[in-house]
Design a protein around this ligand. Structure first.
Ligand code: DAH
Length: 343
């Protein structure tokens, strides 16, 4: 009887290892094992030699074996059918696949990259700083007196109600970080995100993007500032764009000026965007305040510098006529895919 058991085991090993790559092979398997003269039938015939007291035990073993062979056969058949379905299907496997849909750059990234590349051509390097800042780099070092309205809780997001830490309200904080670690000549632009506690509307958002510029060397004059920004405007908006400077006030520059460009929408004739003035403001600028230089051990009698700060959303709005700031952060692909830029 033990030989019978061994026989079954060796059949099982053989069957488990069996694979069929054609329908014929599957049919041969059926004939060999399950056919009328097949091995299953033959081994079932051995029951007559099994002594009565073990018949029940062997009956079970042999039935299980038969089920095992039948299951294998069904599996082989099913595998063959799926292979068939693949080779007979109407799919043309030689066709190229569906193209992978490419994303597009965010309009703010496109514009920021354009701004950066224009200033890089003028020799400016890119510097970055943290978005979570301390009071000193964001305000103190930038000559913002304690009682300056920009320090008001209304505008600034403080971290955990601890006024020592805040979300930077402007990228001028990076000026401070650069002057802390570099000696003149300094020529950097600092692109980055800034935060202000504003109610979100078409015209205001609680975060936006700026590009800061800083140039410090001997004999840097207001004429250098004007020429640099004039070049920027012509590169960014085209040769016909006019600029004008208006006196302004920033604590970290003296004198300070805001720069307007002729309205791109109406060409200066007057429209809603320029509030019928023909001009739109695009940045703040000025000569670095001597106190700011002194804060970082830079001698204001030897060195002078200019600085400027512009809003990326604003430039993008003028270039692409985006009329609602919220569109930039809603992630609506219908909006986003309209902007293509190599940069
Ligand atoms: N920090 C100013 C703001 O956020 C922008 C600015 C104005 C930056 C004049 C400057 C500057 O560097 O000189 O509104």
């Amino acid at each position: 009887m033990e030989e019978l058991l061994q026989q079954i085991e060796s059949y099982k090993t053989e069957i488990s290892a069996f694979e069929a790559s054609t329908a014929d092979a599957v049919e041969n398997f059926r004939i060999k094992w399950l056919g009328t003269k097949g091995l299953v039938k033959a081994i079932m015939g051995e029951m007559k030699n099994v002594p009565n007291e073990r018949k029940k035990e062997f009956g079970q073993i042999l039935n299980e074996f038969k089920l095992f062979v039948e299951t294998k056969f069904e599996t082989l058949k099913a595998e063959g059918e799926t292979q068939n379905a693949e080779s007979n299907s109407t799919i043309d496997w030689s066709l190229p696949g569906d193209p992978v849909a490419l994303g597009t750059r965010h309009p703010l990234s496109i514009v920021r990259n354009q701004i950066v590349s224009i200033f890089k051509r003028l020799g400016f390097a890119v510097a970055e700083g943290p978005e979570i800042e301390d009071d000193w780099h964001n305000f103190g070092a930038m000559n913002l007196p304690e009682d300056h309205p920009a320090r008001d809780m209304q505008d600034t997001f403080y971290i955990n109600q601890d006024p020592a830490w805040l979300l930077r309200t402007h990228t001028s904080s990076v000026q401070a970080r650069v002057m802390e670690t570099q000696k003149p000549p300094i020529r950097v632009i600092c692109p980055g995100r800034v935060y202000r506690n504003e109610t979100i509307s078409a015209r205001a958002h609680c975060f936006f993007h700026q590009v800061e510029g800083l140039y410090i060397d001997e004999n840097v004059s207001f004429a250098d500032l004007k020429q640099t920004l004039y070049f920027f405007v012509q590169e960014m908006f085209g040769k016909d764009t006019k600029v004008r400077f208006r006196p302004s006030y920033f604590p970290f520059t003296e004198p300070s000026a805001e720069m307007d460009i002729s309205c791109l929408i109406c060409g200066g004739d007057g429209c809603n965007v320029c509030k019928h003035t023909g001009w739109v403001e695009i940045l703040g600028s000025g000569m670095v305040h001597p106190k700011v230089l002194e804060n970082f051990g830079i001698d204001p009698n030897k060195y002078t510098g200019f600085a400027f700060g512009m809003g990326v959303e604003r430039i993008c709005q003028l270039k692409y006529r985006v009329n609602d700031l919220r569109l930039y952060s809603q992630n609506d692909v219908r909006f986003l895919k309209q902007f293509t830029g190599a940069l």
